[in-house]
Ligand binder design. Structure first.
Ligand SMILES: Nc1nc2c(ncn2[C@@H]2O[C@H](COP(=O)(O)OP(=O)(O)OP(=O)(O)O)[C@@H](O)[C@H]2O)c(=O)[nH]1
Ligand SMILES: [Mg+2]
Length: 406
């Protein structure tokens, strides 16, 4: 039963989520009125649900207390496809405060989970949840973590994958972002199966290379991220590929016990590397996530490639430039009917340690000075809870470091 419920949380979650749905609608021939074009590729109910004989609706729940970002979402012509009941809103934004989103938005959390439950196939099967959000937002990070935690409680054997945006230190000047991101990540470590880390720094580099110096704005970043995520999710949606479940994909990308931190690269964005697949996937300008791409060791990987593109798991595995660790078996290669003329690589790799260690250093230097702690204490979060979150993130980083050196 390959049904997925997508949950979009906070300003970034909504912007990225909407862009991803546009890719999905285009791929499956869904018009702005929800009608399926004749001959369109069915998604077999994976992301879309049939609401009439030739009409479909996205299986999505949209959550934000900030009326302006909900309005922005609703202004888009395709927003009419989303079920009105599945907008969970009200209560206001969380002002970049993770503790407010996590502790003070309990009614929204419960309403969101209730809407998710209403989208689940009552006949049972596995429950797959995909979340889009920013780790650093008060809503995306704080309420997002609370929703993931509750989903894990209610659906203990579900597969929960987060498409999580990490802020760019060079583009984002909200001083408490490191607190929010560490706190959110710690909750995902405890409750999610995988986090596809979409890092705005890497996306900014890719956007600049592709669209020029002025292209580093959220619409462009979302466009690039959504293209990569659409390709990544295409084997879950498109028929006649080797059937793959989100759980299997997630397991492949989990090199050791715990959360899989997934990096993503997509090969078609630039041809500056002369058409060589491995070089292209290693090139910084093709990466959605993970700095240090050039030196990173691959611990596990899945390649998503359209039919007709020759790609051999064994030769990829043997290619020194990818830096596969000796103990890892051949990567998973998934064939897709996606018309994207690109290959995506989803990987667990040591390069993820770079941005996360830098994040932890910023967190540590703020906590040492007790900077802005009163904001968090005022919303029921203790210093000791913050220290525990930092410890959990530190342990995950250490695990990746150890695995890469073994
Ligand atoms: N890639 C991308 N990043 C975004 C987008 N919108 C915001 N961000 C980043 O996300 C972080 C802030 O998260 P938001 O989503 O704005 O915050 P929120 O979850 O709505 O939370 P509050 O507004 O604090 O309640 C910052 O690092 C932004 O740079 C977007 O559309 N795309
Ligand atoms: Mg917001």
């Amino acid at each position: 039963m390959r049904h997925h419920v997508l949950i979009h949380i906070g300003g970034c979650g909504l912007g990225l989520g909407l862009r991803l749905w546009k890719e999905v609608f285009a791929e499956h021939g869904v018009g702005a009125d929800g009608q399926l074009r004749a001959g369109a590729l069915s998604d077999e109910g994976a992301f879309l649900k049939r609401v009439a004989s030739s009409r479909v609706a996205p299986r999505a729940v949209v959550v934000d207390g900030d009326p302006s970002s909900i309005d922005l979402f609703k202004d888009d012509p395709v927003s009419g496809l989303f079920r009105a009941d599945n907008f969970v809103f009200g209560g206001g934004a969380c002002g970049n405060n993770w503790a407010m989103g996590y502790n003070d938005r309990v009614a929204m959390r419960d309403a969101a989970v209730a809407r998710v439950t209403s989208e689940i196939n009552p006949a049972g099967g596995s429950h797959n949840f995909i979340i889009t959000h920013a780790l650093g937002g008060g809503t995306g990070g704080g309420l997002g973590a609370a929703i993931v935690e509750k989903l894990r409680l209610v659906y203990p054997s579900s597969t929960i994958v987060c498409f999580s945006v990490l802020s760019s230190p060079s583009q984002d000047d909200v001083v408490v972002r490191p607190y929010n991101e560490v706190l959110a990540l710690a909750k995902l470590i405890a409750n999610a199966n995988a986090v596809v880390l979409l890092d705005n720094e890497s996306l900014g580099l890719a956007a600049r290379a592709r669209f020029g110096e002025n292209a580093v704005h959220h619409a462009r970043l979302n466009e690039l991220a959504a293209q990569a995520l659409a390709l990544l999710t295409s084997p879950l949606r498109l028929p006649e590929t080797r059937a793959v479940e989100l759980r299997e994909l997630t397991r492949t990308l989990t090199p050791f016990r715990g959360l899989a931190l997934v990096s993503l690269a997509i090969e078609s964005w630039t041809d500056t590397v002369g058409g060589d697949l491995v070089d292209a996937l290693r090139s910084r300008v093709n990466r959605v996530s993970g700095h240090g791409a050039d030196t990173s060791a691959l611990l596990s990987a899945a390649f998503i490639a359209p039919r007709g593109r020759p790609i051999s798991p064994t030769s990829l595995r043997a290619d020194a430039r990818l830096g596969f660790r000796g103990w890892f078996p051949d990567p998973l290669v998934l064939r897709t009917r996606s018309r994207a003329r690109a290959i995506a690589m989803a990987s667990s790799e040591s390069g993820v340690v770079g941005p996360l260690s830098a994040l932890c250093s910023r967190f540590d230097s703020m906590l040492k000075r007790k900077a802005f702690l009163h904001w968090y204490h005022g919303h029921g979060l203790t210093t000791s809870q913050m220290q525990q979150a930092r410890k959990a993130v530190g342990e995950l980083i250490a695990a990746y470091q150890t695995a890469a050196n073994s």
